[in-house]
Ligand binder design. Sequence first.
Ligand code: ADP
Length: 372
Amino acid sequence: MSPVGAKAAKAVPASGKRPRAAPSARPGAISLLEAVPFACAAYARDDGALVAANQRFGHEFAALPEHAQRDQLLARLRDGALDDAEPSEVRAPHSGRWYALHWGEAEHEGRALALLTAIDISERIEALDSHKSQQEKLLFTSRMMSVGEMAATLAHELNQPLAAIVNYLNGSLRLIDQAGGPAQVERALQAARTQAEHAAAVISRVREFVRAREPRRDAQDVHAMAATVLELLRLEAERQQLRIDIALSASLPPVYADRVMVEQVLLNLVKNAIEAMRGIPVAQRELRVEGRVNLDGEVEIRVCDRGTGLSSAEQDQLFSPFFTTKNDGLGIGLAICRSIIEYHKGRLFFEPREGGGSVFGFTLPHYEAGGV
Ligand code: ADP
């Protein structure tokens, strides 16, 4: 390594001020540390004192008075955490930026050194955060969809019995009136009718609310929808070292669909596929998204994984609400996907993938067919 010496430590001011000159190796000496494109510093192994640092390190850490002593710097970066394990990703309290810390070993002039490289990963952390909030939004949309769906079902189911109750009550009131029946019973029946009418009004408001949120279908480009979804899951896929293969036929016609809803379906299927491949060797983790026009003239999208697949008992329950094999699963994803696709007059299906894994797919009418 470069000729760094004890003198070099003095080049990094121990004050909180930013250094003007490069706080690096001995003057005149060519410093390898300067050639490193990240903040880099060498600390003595024995007493932990800073021996040399490059200019970047000065810019990024000299504002911390603790930078001149390895353990103090680490304690400060850990920001009061009691955990004494070596931190690898830390947030610098003075700048709020995130750094990945890497330690290496070196020897110089008989002295054992610990070489610290601090790589600024703030952008990656920010990207992860915004990705997370986007996912949370989609999850929220999906929850709202299931709430909407439940509300619509309830409203539909309750509407008829309520109407029947009001009719029976009206009939009973007429009979009592004709027979000159007891006034107390008449009052009780009138009160019951008022309550039933109130309940019917509530139900009809719920129906209006759900109707107002009805999906909007239009001509949608499958390539664009797939790109949005894969971009949302890109970081997750990278983290799992997945290979993603997109095989959408170039001549896919636009589909007649509500974009947000179909993206929601695709997101769910791709997420499930990624999760299914968690436990398998990295070399086999391959995800393929296929799109073509099938023999019936529908657009067919297929999400193929190399995951664990499904037993025949699991296949039977797959689309039932609340079926899940995950500890933190809700088991409503596929059920919602199915209602969305059926609403679009398509079909959601599963088939085992040749060579291992699963294929989850769905069909959609193409725009001309659906729009007619
Ligand atoms: P959740 O993901 O909350 O469990 P889903 O309805 O999306 O809910 O999925 C239900 C179940 O279907 C999962 O728990 C899993 O057992 C199974 N499943 C879904 N997709 C796959 C897949 N690609 N490979 C294997 N199993 C899957």
